[in-house]
Write a protein that binds this ligand. Structure first.
Ligand SMILES: [Ca+2]
Length: 166
């Protein structure tokens, strides 16, 4: 084997292990209606209808009623996660999700209040994983909340709750 080929091979190895690390770096996914073996649970207030959808993560999601004006919310309850900076991503695939400004918050064990992470226009979001924002977690259980209300003021929109990743 020539020197250049060996270097190329070593570089390929280095790059693929770096990518594998980036993807696997403590990312934990909780879906709506999770199995007990996933370690995740869910909770919600208000009406969040369960639906099958081929476009959604694990082929299902929950969706709010139209034009929520109250404090309807959906929670993904994560098992204990390590402390440190992480990125909240949510899966949005179904075109029935139309909330133009859906707010997402996080509560870590021991925190007194939820912390705002970011908002997403679920109507214009590309299909797949969307980044909500970055946040620094304390170790322990984590609750991610999406609010059903459309903060943009748009009327008769609906909020989707599919999978969330930290
Ligand atoms: Ca799902």
């Amino acid at each position: 084997m020539k020197k250049g080929a060996i270097l190329g091979f070593a570089l390929t190895l280095a790059i693929s292990s770096a990518l594998a690390f980036a993807e696997g770096a403590s990312a934990k996914i909780c879906d709506n209606d999770p199995t007990s073996s996933s370690g995740c649970t869910q909770n919600y207030g208000g009406t969040w209808t369960y639906e099958d959808s081929s476009k959604s993560y694990n082929s299902d999601h929950r969706i709010s009623k139209s034009g929520v004006t109250g404090n309807d919310y959906f929670e993904w309850r994560f098992p204990s996660l390590p402390s440190g900076k992480t990125t909240l991503e949510v899966y949005l695939g179904d075109s029935k999700f139309t909330n133009r400004e859906a707010d997402y918050e996080i509560l870590c064990a021991g925190w007194e209040y939820d912390e705002y992470v970011g908002s997403i226009n679920q109507y214009s979001a590309p299909s797949g994983w969307n980044t909500v924002g970055n946040i620094r977690l304390d170790s322990g259980k984590v609750i991610v909340t999406v609010w059903g209300k459309d903060k943009s003021g748009a009327s008769s929109t609906r909020t989707g709750a599919d999978a969330a990743s930290l």
